[in-house]
Ligand binder design. Structure first.
Ligand code: SAM
Length: 355
């Protein structure tokens, strides 16, 4: 079955049958070959560098009611908060001193952060940190809103597609949310010029090998600069509270496959992976991931941004996370770097193909 891995790497394509075999096999040699090939592919593009993104969770207010999410609108017992501009800039200041050159502003879909407020915040960060990338992850907005945010200085946008199967999407979300709108957003973001990230949870309720195969085919056709995947972890109080968590092993195999199908992608080893396994993020890197996203949010609010139970690092200071991650990454033979960590340019991609 090692040949299957080599074939996937060479063709940058995968059949449903190949995916089924690779997700179900117990053959450790094949799986180790998958991980090693993906890790080597990441190194071909990025060397030993692991990029870090400072995550700033600016609001846990959300108008949406996604069935899986611990900050969904109807979730009871959540201490709702939002950061003001000064608090956000404080997080950036602290992050910059710690070597972060990308700030990711993420939050629930909170109407308080309308275009005027959000553009002011982005412009202020852009003025103070001209050498940093600004990534937004604020959910679905109008094309005009995305354009204004881009014009204010944002460079990247993360919006997981959640699933590429419309029927599956409908089982994870309330009826007022639409698969078509999610896809429209991703297309708009790309056309505007953002570096775009899509992604999905591994092991979400009703997910099948077929839906995962559709996810991989979507990634192949959309060609995003970033892909965020992590295991689904149940959140108490949500409709999916009693569902089993996604598997670490399947997440690692999918990380590797995404690296092989779309080699230049920026691929985080997510906090959810680290939450389910004490060395989850290190294993993610050894399976082909090349990004980590430690938290820069004020410590007093971290536990309130609980998308799922037992989230990692909610009690740590940003500086503690930085030191801890540095140590962890070194055990994989790679190194955290002070760098914006952009996706490689077309020229670099051609050079890599020729080598
Ligand atoms: N509101 C923005 C959006 O919709 O893109 C960003 C915030 S949203 C909470 C970020 C991501 O968290 C979602 O795209 C989802 O995949 C992930 N997430 C939510 N609940 C989760 C859970 N129970 N387990 C794992 N990941 C979860």
């Amino acid at each position: 079955m090692k040949d299957t891995v080599n074939q996937i790497a060479a063709s940058r394509d995968i059949t449903l049958e190949q995916l089924t075999r690779l997700l179900t096999t117990d053959d450790r040699e094949t799986i180790q070959h998958l991980f090693d090939t993906a890790h080597a592919t990441a190194q071909r593009y990025y060397g030993n560098k692991i990029f870090m993104r400072g995550l700033i969770e600016l609001s846990n207010h959300c108008k949406n009611d996604c069935l899986y999410c611990g900050i969904r609108r109807s979730q009871q017992g959540v201490q709702r908060y939002r950061l003001n501009q000064e608090q956000i800039l404080d997080c950036c200041e602290q992050g910059y001193k710690l070597g972060f050159r990308t700030f990711v502003l993420q939050g629930g879909e909170d109407g308080w952060f309308d275009d005027n407020r959000m553009c002011d915040i982005v412009a202020a960060i852009r003025r103070q940190y001209p050498d940093c990338a600004i990534t937004l992850s604020l959910g679905e907005r109008s094309r005009d809103s995305y354009q204004r945010l881009y014009d204010s200085g944002a460079n990247r946008y993360l919006l997981r597609h959640e699933t590429a199967d419309p029927a599956h999407y409908a089982r994870l979300h309330p009826s007022e949310m639409s698969f078509d709108n999610r896809m429209r957003c991703l297309q708009d973001l790309k056309e505007i010029g953002f570096q775009v990230g899509c992604g999905f949870m591994v092991g979400s309720p009703y997910q099948t090998v077929e839906t995962l195969w559709q996810d991989l085919q979507f990634i192949r056709s959309f060609q995003p600069q970033m892909v965020g995947i992590g295991p689904f972890i149940p959140a108490s109080g949500t409709p999916f509270a009693d569902r089993p968590a996604g598997s670490v092993e399947t997440t690692l195999r999918l990380l590797s496959l995404i690296r092989l199908l779309h080699p230049p992608v920026l691929l985080p080893a997510t906090t959810a992976l680290g939450t389910l396994h004490p060395r989850g993020r290190e294993l993610g890197i050894l399976a082909g991931a090349n990004v980590v996203m430690p938290n820069l949010s004020p410590r007093e609010h971290r536990k309130d941004y609980s998308l799922y139970d037992n989230k990692l690092c909610t009690g740590d200071e940003a500086a503690e996370c930085r030191v801890c991650l540095d140590r962890r990454i070194r055990t994989t033979g790679s190194q955290l770097v002070v760098d914006r960590g952009d996706a490689p340019t077309a020229k670099l991609k051609v050079e890599n193909l020729l080598n």
